[in-house]
Design a binder for this molecule. Structure first.
Ligand SMILES: C[S@@+](CC[C@H](N)C(=O)[O-])C[C@H]1O[C@@H](n2cnc3c(N)ncnc32)[C@H](O)[C@@H]1O
Length: 208
């Protein structure tokens, strides 16, 4: 079966994420800005990059390699148009992370924001751990929904296609899978979005 993300245009995706009922694009951009500022990675990878939200904060003097990974080639093309001329070390990877190898290594900082909801964590976490440098970091953002649907209804009806794929992450289970894969929880932060939704931001350190 074709992955539903392949049939959602980037206009619809960004329109949905910017909709007043959702308003998540700016929050995710801010998270990216903060982690880039704090960790100053030489090698950075963003898993499920969409159209490159947050990459405007890459500093070419600090970050020499930027790997932007997504399943949707149209999103990657928008990322290339937006940032190809601005980020010296930008490399785009069209991959289905559930099926393909992620052929990069020694990454100092990996960001996986709102992607684990669409994949099997038992399959993906070992792959992410493998690409991270020893003592490097993984930042995970997951969404918590209290008693309402994960995909907020907006005028962008194509997003409804994600309902069959999307799953709420069990945080305890996730942390145990991370630990098994040498990713030690260093920090947890909850960012409230509205009365029904929040983001949980986990900072993991790769040990060994
Ligand atoms: C909710 S968005 C992530 C939010 C994004 N980081 C931002 O700041 O706007 C999920 C992204 O993951 C991508 N994605 C979903 N499943 C994937 C897979 N199996 N392999 C690679 N990318 C995937 C989607 O195409 C989409 O761009």
């Amino acid at each position: 079966m074709k992955n539903p993300w392949l049939s959602i245009s980037y206009d619809d995706y960004e329109g949905h994420m910017n909709d007043p009922a959702v308003k998540q694009l700016d929050v995710l951009r801010e998270i990216t800005r903060n982690i880039l500022g704090s960790f100053q990675p030489e090698k950075f990878a963003i898993i499920g990059c969409s159209a490159g939200n947050g990459l405007e904060y890459i500093d070419n003097n600090v970050t020499k390699e930027v790997h932007a990974i997504d399943i949707n080639p149209d999103y990657l093309e928008v990322t290339r148009k937006r940032y190809g001329g601005k980020i010296d070390g930008l490399k785009l990877h069209e991959l289905d992370i559930t099926q393909d190898n992620i052929d990069i290594k020694d990454i100092n900082l990996v960001l996986a924001a709102l992607i684990l909801e669409y994949v099997d964590i038992y399959l993906i976490i070992p792959k992410l751990s493998k690409i991270i440098a020893s003592n490097g970091y993984l930042i995970i953002v997951i969404q918590k929904n209290s008693g309402i649907e994960a995909i907020t209804p907006t005028q962008f009806k194509s997003l409804k296609k994600l309902e069959s794929l999307s799953q709420e992450i069990d945080e305890k289970e996730l942390i145990s899978v991370l630990e098994i894969n040498n990713l030690k929880l260093e920090h947890r932060k909850r960012k409230v979005l509205n009365e029904n939704k929040s983001f949980v931001i986990l900072t993991l350190n790769k040990t060994g």
